[in-house]
Design a protein around this ligand. Structure first.
Ligand code: MN
Length: 726
């Protein structure tokens, strides 16, 4: 007690001419009654802190006219709701004293210990920051704030509680200040709350900020939301009952709740997707909370059996959590009356994490693996901020790095040496490889993310440590173009492929030329250097290589070049003696298998050499080539399959099936059973009894395809099956 007396003495002696004597009194009940989760010793310390704060702020008033002390009490109460520890609550009570009263940091340290003084100091530092928006001038301040929270997450939790209370009472301040604070909340504090997984605070901050930034829009939308809720009460009740019953029938213990749409997220969806209020709001959200992870998937299965899922809307954030640790299964269903139902399925523990993020540590005294993983993740994130700070002295650059983390359109990842690269969201390991160095991109064969081997197409996530494995013989694959995100990767791959195509075309050109020489009983071996030089000169080409590549690319006719090469030699023209070019399917880009007829070994084939296209191989009976073969015979050459080829080829089939649940799964498993792969599936939107599915399959040859089709024909649901030619 004597210590408290000393402290009080310090505070009042420093304060000059305090008008109203601050009589010591018990801490208000509204505070003490929420401290039940703390030890009595801690509660006593908090009461002492209250006393210090009350004395220090006495005579100060908020803009609303209330005594200032009501603010620190409210902040401490919010933190008590999250069950934060005594140090944090003490710091909350004292968070404005260093800033607004003569009390110093060292006085607080003496009385309540250094950790509390550090917390107060951290919060005060953030308070001194004024950022109108996230712009260059504010970069330095933003950095300070993130660094303050990097040292102790509790600093930002106190700051967020402080901001939450200020936002709840923002009506009292001037309109100009209101707008500034609301914008700052929207642009900086809400994203930080989101990044830390504090979902409830995130949404409340957003709603409050929105209501102050656009009061009219907020009022209109809030009213519409309320009205819509009333209108749909019956539908919602019925849907919830149906879901509960279905889960109970399946023996799945679950609690099922409807989800209210936030006004701000409704607004944003309307703006971003150009939708009307009713389009956004005609979606019913509901949440299913189950006991464990296996039950999540069981519940998913049950709900998909109850209502038809909307294709492409299923997301498994349990297997792949979001960057802030969020886990859930999301799926969209078509509910009764055709109303879309957005369902989230998660366990109780995932739910707590989703609502409270890092704060769950204090709230639930939860020591589970998941939570400690989340804490580690958060810690790593904060730690990485400190590391970036050390690497780049430039605040603007630092801000850029942090922004990509708070604002989810970019990801930043680490090289094995700890260098940071920022890439657009959706960037893959291939983008990363090219971002490091063009040679690494061109030679990459695999990637390790956080020490684990992953496919090159894997999307990178914030904080990933990426290592690229290269091989000296490796080459870029045209397929990469389908998933790379960065311009650098794209242009480099294109450039390489062009060069490679040139090489492959030259080697095909050589084979075509050899074939063209045969009718004249000639061969490339007997053409000497001088013969080549003459032809190169006469054709206006730069080199023999170029002529060969031109032939391969279809820019020169092999027969013409052959004639020129043989001009000075004794050869008879005998067009019947020609052989044909053999196709292995592994020639690369110089030989293309036409996608209209998708020829496979066993089909009779012909080749066309069109300018700039290289050799295109069609099935002889392909409908799209008949006219050209009649009118431009010089373009067509004989080709045949190389019997030694072991490659798999793409063939297309149509399958007409009875429209039943699970039919696709049965067809797919039959295909796999027959030793084939599915490369692509498209389905006709058809709600009638039958539907046609189009498959692109991988097969070795005609016999193999016939086997697959026979197997499918045996399925009861399959009504008709044919090879696709068009
Ligand atoms: Mn405050």
């Amino acid at each position: 007690m004597s210590l408290l007396g000393v402290m009080r003495g310090v505070v009042s002696s420093v304060r000059s001419g305090g008008s109203s004597a601050s009589l010591p009194g018990p801490a208000p009940e509204e505070l003490t009654q929420v401290l039940g989760y703390l030890k009595p010793k801690d509660v006593q310390l908090i009461e002492e802190a209250y006393e210090v704060a009350r004395a220090a702020h006495s005579g100060q008033y908020r803009q609303s006219g209330e005594p200032y002390i009501t603010h620190p009490i409210a902040v401490a109460k919010i933190l008590a709701e999250w069950h934060l520890d005594a140090q944090a609550l003490i710091a909350a009570l004292l968070h404005d004293v260093v800033e607004d009263t003569p009390t110093t940091k060292s006085e607080i340290a003496k009385k309540f210990g250094k950790p509390v003084a550090e917390l107060v100091d951290g919060v005060s530092k953030i308070d001194r920051i004024e950022f109108a928006t996230l712009q260059h001038a504010q970069a330095e301040n933003f950095r300070k704030m993130l660094l303050a929270m990097a040292r102790d997450v509790r600093v930002i939790l106190i700051k967020l509680a402080d901001r939450l209370h200020n936002m709840r009472t923002l009506g009292a301040v001037s309109p100009a200040k209101r707008r500034r604070v609301a914008r700052e909340t929207m642009e900086i504090y809400a994203p930080i709350a989101n990044r830390l997984g504090l979902n409830m605070i995130y949404h409340e901050l957003q709603e409050l900020a929105f209501s102050h930034l656009f009061p009219l829009r907020y009022r209109v939308l809030a009213k519409a939301t309320k009205a819509a809720r009333g209108n749909r009460r019956e539908m919602i009740g019925r849907t919830l009952e149906a879901i509960k019953k279905k889960l109970a029938d399946g023996g799945i213990r679950a609690s099922v709740q409807g989800r209210e749409k936030h006004v701000y997220s409704t607004y944003r969806k309307m703006i971003e997707k150009h939708l009307s209020f009713s389009q956004v709001h005609d979606i019913f959200g509901c949440r299913v909370i189950v006991d464990d992870v296996p039950s999540c998937y069981l519940a998913l299965g049950a709900l998909h059996a109850l209502y038809k899922p909307i294709p492409g809307k299923f997301k498994d954030y349990i297997a792949i959590p979001k960057a802030n640790g969020y886990q859930s299964i999301h799926t969209d269903l078509i509910g009764p009356y055709g109303v879309p139902v957005e369902v989230q399925i998660r366990t109780e523990q995932m739910h707590r994490l989703a609502e409270s993020g890092v704060a769950s540590h204090w709230m639930y005294k939860d020591d589970s693996e998941k939570l400690s993983e989340l804490q580690k993740q958060t810690h790593r994130w904060l730690q990485s901020l400190l590391e970036i700070q050390n690497q780049s002295g430039d605040p603007a650059e630092f801000l850029e790095h942090v922004k990509v983390d708070l604002f989810p359109d970019e990801v930043y990842v680490f090289t094995p040496k700890g260098k940071i690269l920022s890439l657009p969201r959706g960037a893959t390991a291939v983008d990363f490889a090219y971002a490091v160095h063009t040679d690494i991109g061109n030679r990459c064969v695999a990637a390790k993310v956080n020490g684990e081997l992953v496919p090159l197409r894997s999307e990178l996530r914030n904080g990933d440590r990426v290592e690229i494995i290269t091989a000296s013989h490796a080459k870029p694959n045209p397929g990469w173009l389908q998933y790379v995100r960065t311009g650098k990767a794209r242009s480099n791959i294109r450039h390489f492929l062009k060069t490679m195509q040139y090489e492959e075309s030259a080697s095909l050109g050589e084979r075509l030329l050899e074939q063209a020489l045969k009718p004249f009983k000639g061969s490339l071996a007997e053409i000497d250097e001088a013969g080549w030089e003459r032809v190169v000169r006469d054709s206006g080409a730069r080199s023999r290589h170029e002529i060969l590549a031109d032939i391969g690319l279809g820019k020169r006719l092999p027969a013409v070049v052959a004639r020129r090469l043989l001009r000075n030699t004794e050869h008879r023209d005998d067009p019947r003696g020609g052989g044909s070019v053999t196709i292995r399917g592994t020639e690369g880009m110089a030989v293309q298998l036409a996608t209209c007829c998708r020829p496979i070994p066993g089909d009779s084939i012909v080749g066309s050499i069109k300018k700039g296209q290289g050799l295109v191989v069609h099935a002889s009976d392909c409908g799209s080539i008949a006219r050209s073969r009649r009118n431009e015979p010089e373009q067509w050459i004989d080709v045949e399959w190389d019997p030694r080829t072991t490659k798999l080829f793409q063939a297309a089939i149509h399958v007409m099936v009875e429209n039943q649940r699970g039919v696709l799964a049965r067809v797919a498993s039959e295909v796999a059973e027959a030793g084939s792969n599915i490369d692509a599936i498209t389905m006709e939107e058809d709600r009638s009894m039958f539907t046609t599915m189009h498959f692109v399959l991988e097969v070795a040859n005609r016999q193999h395809l016939a086997r697959v089709m026979r197997a499918l024909r045996r399925l009861r649901e399959v009504k008709k099956i044919s090879r696709a030619r068009e």
